[in-house]
Design a protein around this ligand. Structure first.
Ligand code: GTP
Ligand code: MG
Length: 194
């Protein structure tokens, strides 16, 4: 997709603050540190638009980016970060669940898993839940540059098997380092919005 404009719109910490603008939305989900913010920057060809960090738990809000005045990309807070208080975890959960259940313009979720780790229990729960809500989902395996090309193929096929009951498409290997998967993911995202 040709990116003509990218605007950071707002950070939402409370479900009552969701934008009222009537634009389609695609959300990016995954556990802390899986590479959500990096993937957004890569898709939009911007280096530092979405804040990235090697410290997990950096993104704690829903961050809305308006693309080409056409749709929102929503960077979701990461889940599964061990070092947070239970109360805070519950807060994140409420925020993500509230968003997915209440957003009227949500066209789909790009769910990220780490290509070296595969789907964790929380990843599987999320994918199962999205499937039960009939929310179209595209699965992406991040940091594919950290494995050999052959290994990526084998791993991704194995992960697809593990989640087959809830997801029956191919998983897209992705790397912000070498651009692997970028064209393919854009194609899938455009399909979600048709
Ligand atoms: P939270 O906001 O904490 O939920 O994390 P996040 O999912 O937004 O992860 P983020 O994009 O901040 O990336 C976490 C770390 O992984 C950073 O150090 C990134 O540089 C690194 N990273 C992300 N994508 C890739 C990739 O494709 N390849 C490699 N080698 N590193 C990556
Ligand atoms: Mg982030």
């Amino acid at each position: 997709m040709k990116i003509t404009s990218v605007e950071f719109v707002k950070s939402v910490v409370n479900i009552k603050e969701l934008p009222t603008e009537n634009l389609q939305e695609i959300a990016i989900s995954g556990r802390s540190n899986v590479g959500k913010s990096s993937l957004i920057n890569c898709l939009l060809n911007r280096k530092k638009l979405a804040k990235t960090s090697s410290t997990p738990g950096k993104t704690r809000q829903l961050n809305y980016f308006r693309i080409n005045n056409q749709f929102f990309l929503v960077d979701l807070p990461g889940y599964g970060f061990a070092k947070v208080a239970k109360s805070e975890m519950q807060q994140w959960r409420n925020l993500i669940e509230g968003f997915i259940e209440q957003s009227k313009n949500l066209k789909g979720v790009v769910a990220l898993i780490d290509s070296r780790i595969g789907p964790t229990l929380l990843d599987i729960q999320l994918i199962e839940w999205l499937s039960s809500l009939k929310i179209p989902t595209v699965l992406v395996a991040t940091k594919a540059d950290k494995l050999s090309k052959g290994r990526v193929k084998i791993q991704v096929a194995d992960y697809a098997k593990q989640i087959r009951p809830y997801y029956n498409k191919a998983i897209i290997p992705f790397s912000v380092i070498n651009g692997m998967g970028k064209t393919e993911l854009w194609r899938e995202m455009i399909l979600l919005m048709e």
